[in-house]
Design a protein around this ligand. Structure first.
Ligand code: FAD
Ligand code: FES
Length: 293
């Protein structure tokens, strides 16, 4: 079942807000369908009702859910009009919210350690994913990168779950001094067993994770971050070139409906020759051994 079949469109009241450092904020909304049905990697299309602009809702990953209270949380970085209006909401005010949408991450095979690689606000889906992984008795480890320590605002929830977290910053102000994928490589040199990669963050980071996975013959699921207008496969604003193992050429697919999570081998990355299928032939196509989440 495509999980967006259970999506509901509601005026969701803001229940709580927690201002973090910089432009970051955690918002909790009441929305029973999202709270009960959302899986890690799924998102909502949401817009504050306090302002007429922007016209279109914006996509945000579901960070956490509380089915008993019928609430879910978002981790938001205010970057423009839509996100600032959401960040300015007061408790009791509402947002138009449609969700849960999209395809979630799928669980790794039994015995694999899940390596969760996040850049900036890409940490959001991994809070919920850790819950799912731990519930299934699977191991998780987070690699969290940002420009500076202030970009790594969501660390405590992983410590509370007992999930190890490796920080990496471009300026060396926290954790590994350099790229988050370098921290992953370092860990892989000493890793005790089988791993599956999961990544959410900027395009360049996702592509670096895809290359790393290819070099080491690992499976990686990546959550893409294109512009989205509708979130339900109607506007075609979010299309990305995808070429699956059995396909001779790439097809433009809606990241909102068929993603945002894809097997990294299927994504035709920027600068990659779209007609080149050697990589797919080498790595054997579709992810094997994954279980539905
Ligand atoms: C599936 C999905 C999940 C997402 N989850 C989260 C999340 O959990 N937390 C979060 O903070 N954001 C998330 N985003 C990004 C978020 O949707 C954008 O930041 C938001 O749309 C910006 O809207 P705005 O009106 O505030 O900014 P706009 O006015 O639309 O843009 C303001 C500036 O931000 C830039 N910008 C807009 N979108 C992005 C983007 N996606 N990446 C980089 N720069 C951008 C624009 O180029 C422009 O310079 C997600 C995006 C997708 C596709
Ligand atoms: S966002 Fe409209 S088709 Fe995907």
């Amino acid at each position: 079942m495509i999980r967006s079949e259970v999506a509901e469109n509601l005026e969701a009241p803001l229940i709580a807000r927690e201002r973090l450092d910089g432009e970051y904020i955690v918002l909790t909304f009441r929305h029973p369908a999202v709270a009960q049905e959302a899986r890690a990697g799924q998102f909502v299309m949401i817009k504050a009702n306090t302002w007429p602009d922007p016209v279109l809702r914006r996509p945000y990953s579901v960070m956490n859910v509380d089915p008993e209270r019928a609430t879910f949380t978002l981790f938001l970085k205010a970057v423009g009009t839509g996100s600032r209006h959401l960040a300015d909401l007061r408790t009791g005010e509402t947002a138009g919210c449609l969700g849960p949408l999209g395809r979630p991450f799928t669980l790794p095979p039994e015995g694999h350690e899940a390596l969760l690689v996040a850049g900036g606000y890409g940490i959001a889906p991994f809070r919920l994913f850790c819950d799912q992984l731990l519930r299934e008795g699977l191991r998780a480890r987070v690699f969290y990168g940002g420009r500076t320590a202030g970009d790594l605002q969501v660390r405590e929830p992983f410590a509370a779950l007992g999930v190890p977290l490796h920080a990496a910053t471009d300026d060396g102000s926290a954790g590994h001094h350099g790229r988050v994928t370098e921290a992953v490589e370092e860990y892989l040199e000493t890793r005790p067993g089988a791993v599956t990669l999961f990544a959410c963050g900027p395009d360049a980071m996702l592509q670096a994770v895809a290359l790393l996975a290819e070099r080491r013959s690992l499976t990686a699921q990546v959550s893409l971050d294109p512009w989205m207008g509708c979130g339900v496969g109607t506007c075609l604003g979010c299309v990305v070139p995808i070429q699956r193992a059995h396909e001779e050429r790439p097809h433009f697919r809606c990241a909102c409906a068929e993603g945002p999570v894809f097997d990294s081998r299927d994504v035709v990355w920027k600068g990659e020759d779209a007609s080149c299928s050697w990589r797919r032939a080498q790595t054997g196509g579709e992810a094997s051994g994954s279980r539905a989440g």
